[in-house]
Each structure stands twice: as C-alpha cells, then as structure tokens.
Design a protein around this ligand. Structure first.
Ligand SMILES: *Cc1c(COP(=O)(O)O)cnc(C)c1O
Length: 386
C-alpha cells in the first residue's frame, strides 16, 4: 500500500506517472527493451527527450528565445557553475539570501571566484543570529537590496531562491512581490539579469519566464526523480558565458547539443516526461495551482486555528505554498506528532535536521485528500495534547 508521503525531496511522484513507467518498464514503445536500455542517440529515446522539453515549453509558455536544458549535478552544482560561467574578472554576482540554499549558493560562489575571478556580494539577507545556523523568518524585500556596484554593467546577475525549502519561506505567494519582475528600484538597476533557484517551487503554478535570464530547478522536488536538473535560460545570456572553461561546464555546450552532448540521465528525463504529461492531462498549471493553494490554505488554517498549540515561524507574507513548517509546544510533542502521524500512514513530516520542528511538503503530486487528512489529524492531535 502506498503511504501519504510528505517528503521534501526526493518527494512523492504522481501515481499515474509511476504506473506508466511500470507498464512500459520491460517493453518501451514496442521496442522489446526498457527506455533505460536504449541509446541516447536512438529515435525512441530522442522522442521522449524532445517531448519532455516540449511539454515544459507548453506548460510554462517558455519563449522561443530561451533554451530548455536537462543537466546533471543537481541544483548544488549550479551554485558553482553559474559563477564559473558568468563572473569574469571585475564582475559582481549579487545574491539575496533568505535561508540555507541561498547561503550555500553564496558559499560556492566565493570559492569559485577565488579561483576564477570576479566577486560575489550579498545584496540582502534576512538571516539573524551569529551562531553556526542563522535563523530566517521571511523573504527579503526589494527595498532592502543594496548592490556592491551601482553600475549595472558591472553586476553580472542577481541570484535568489524563490522558495527556501528548509525554512518554508517563499516569494510570490503575493502577486506583487517585486523580485519576481525585473529589478527596478534605484539600488537595483534595471537590466540586471535575474537568476532564480526554483528547485522547490518550480511548476507549482504558471510563472512568467520572461523577467528571468536563468531559472534552474532540481527535478526531485516537483517534477520528477533526482538526477535531473532543468534549466530555462535566455539564449543571449548563455552566449555571454566564459569560453575558457572545460566544455562540460559551459552552459553553451548543453544548449548547442540539445542536452545530448554526453549521455544524459535518460530514465530520469523519461520520468520527468511522465510527470509533465500527467500535469497536462490533469488540466495544466491552472489546475495544479488551484490544488496547491487549497492544500496550503488547509494546512495554514489548521496551524492558525490552533495558534496556542501550533506555531508557524514564518511571517504570513512569506509563507511557502510548497513547504509548510511549524512548531509544537515542545520537541517531545513534535516527536509524538511524527510518530502518531506515521500510524496514520503519514510520513516525511519531520523538519530538516538543521532547524527541527515539522515540515510538510505539498508538491504537485500530493493530493488534496492527503492534506485534508493531515489537517484533520492536526486538529485532533491539538485537542488531545493541548
Ligand atoms: C533541494 C534544493 C537544492 C539542492 O538540490 P540538490 O539536487 O540536492 O543539489 C538547492 N536549492 C533548493 C531551493 C532546494 O530545494
């Protein structure tokens, strides 16, 4: 029996996408072998590869001036590969830090620039405390950005994380969050290429891709298994990358070769195709967004409805639709909550080890019924233990 899996990533996958893989496992498209056993240069695999990128383009409305790339190395590799490509000597990469993933991007950027030139600068951070682990309770606001170099020509990009998976902090739950459009304040010169780590909130709703120079997302949160990383990047921006890097680290290599320069993670991309086909089949991103908003409403409603018992540390305007974090009155009660939820077939809700508490991830593949069941469980648990 399948359990109600609220894991943060790798995360639950849509049952129809898995069943399709099961059905096609031994004999893919009448070829007498699985898709894993096909050459990545053969027509059977190539059809899957192109369908996956075509589905992404269709669902998100990706403009023709953008490349869709499938890479490896996860989002973590992008933390190094982005500054490698775009920070030549004298250029500054600006970073907005609202949690652990932003911190990691800055950390790898510093190492990379020490080796290859350029610099990274934190334009804004909402971290507080000076211990090993900073705490975060909200996203930075546009007015808080302060760039190292006022001249846009010297600023290579502005990098931010749209959803901090560990802290449950997301941009864009409000339509007017200004970072999602091109920077326009006096401190953030217009025309600075916007780079976004969208790993944990990619494809939960339709996003206008056009303000971004470069979007990247690890598949294992919302669109597939681990091992695949999706990039949507402006072709002009990719063309600006350094040319003196090993080919495998230049984004243009993947762009020029349709992500088939070397062997891609074929089975992972196949599963991404299955997930995207499922999204389309269900009614596309409008359906997905409505589901996700209903799930978030149910969970935050259960938290706020028992405000003395559950507490969400994130400011209301920055609460994540994908990763809902909350605390109980004591760690002992949190342990009991996790253990009792498990008895009800609800798993994957323990908070990240660095912050503790509870984290419920409600990616696209998590059905509303699971969340309703969890919300009911929360109400009962608060009554019994409050
Ligand atoms: C999970 C995650 C990462 C790291 O992804 P890997 O594929 O493990 O490298 C980076 N950024 C965000 C926002 C994430 O959620």
């Amino acid at each position: 029996m399948r359990v109600m899996n609220f894991n943060a990533g790798p995360a639950t996958l849509p049952l129809p996408a898995l069943e399709r893989a099961k059905d096609e496992m031994l004999d893919f498209a009448g070829s007498g072998m699985s898709v894993m056993e096909h050459s990545h240069r053969g027509k059977e695999y190539e059809a899957v590869h192109h369908e996956a990128s075509a589905l992404l383009r269709e669902l998100l409305g990706v403009p023709a001036s953008y490349d869709v790339l499938f890479l490896q190395g996860g989002a973590s590799m992008q933390f190094a590969q982005i500054p490698m490509n775009f920070l030549a000597q004298g250029k500054v990469g600006e970073y907005v830090v609202n949690g652990t993933w932003g911190e990691k991007a800055v950390g790898e950027g510093k190492v990379t620039t020490a080796l290859l030139g350029g610099a990274v600068h934190v334009a804004a951070s909402t971290g507080t405390g000076d211990g090993k682990e900073k705490s975060y309770t909200r996203a930075s606001k546009q007015a808080e950005l302060a760039f190292a170099k006022p001249d846009a020509g010297e600023t290579a990009y502005l990098h931010f994380t749209s959803n901090e998976t560990i802290h449950g902090i997301e941009y864009g739950t409000h339509p007017d969050v200004p970072l999602l459009s091109a920077p326009a304040s006096p401190d953030a010169p217009a025309g600075v290429p916007l780079i976004c780590d969208m790993s944990s909130d990619f494809l939960w709703r339709k996003v206008d891709v056009s303000p971004y120079a470069f979007i990247y997302a690890g598949a294992q949160k919302n669109i597939g298994p681990s091992g695949v990383l999706v990039v949507l990047a402006q072709k002009d921006f990719v063309a600006r990358g350094r040319k003196d890097l090993p080919k495998i680290f230049q984004y243009r290599t993947a762009a020029e070769n349709d992500s088939l320069y070397n062997t891609p993670p074929t089975f992972g991309i196949y599963l991404v195709r299955n997930v995207l086909a499922w999204v389309k089949d269900k009614g596309g991103l409008a359906w997905v967004e409505a589901q996700n908003r209903a799930k978030a409403k149910a969970l935050y409603g259960a938290i706020d409805g028992h405000g003395g018992f559950y507490r969400c540390p994130v400011e209301a305007s920055s609460r994540s639709v994908m990763n809902v974090v909350f605390r109980l009155p004591s760690e002992a009660l949190e342990d009991k909550f996790v253990a009792e939820a498990k008895k009800h077939q609800m798993v994957g809700i323990k908070g990240h080890r660095s912050v503790g508490g509870i984290r419920v991830s409600t990616y696209n593949a998590v059905p509303l019924e699971w969340v309703s069941a969890l919300a009911d469980f929360m109400k009962q648990f608060a009554k019994d233990n409050g």
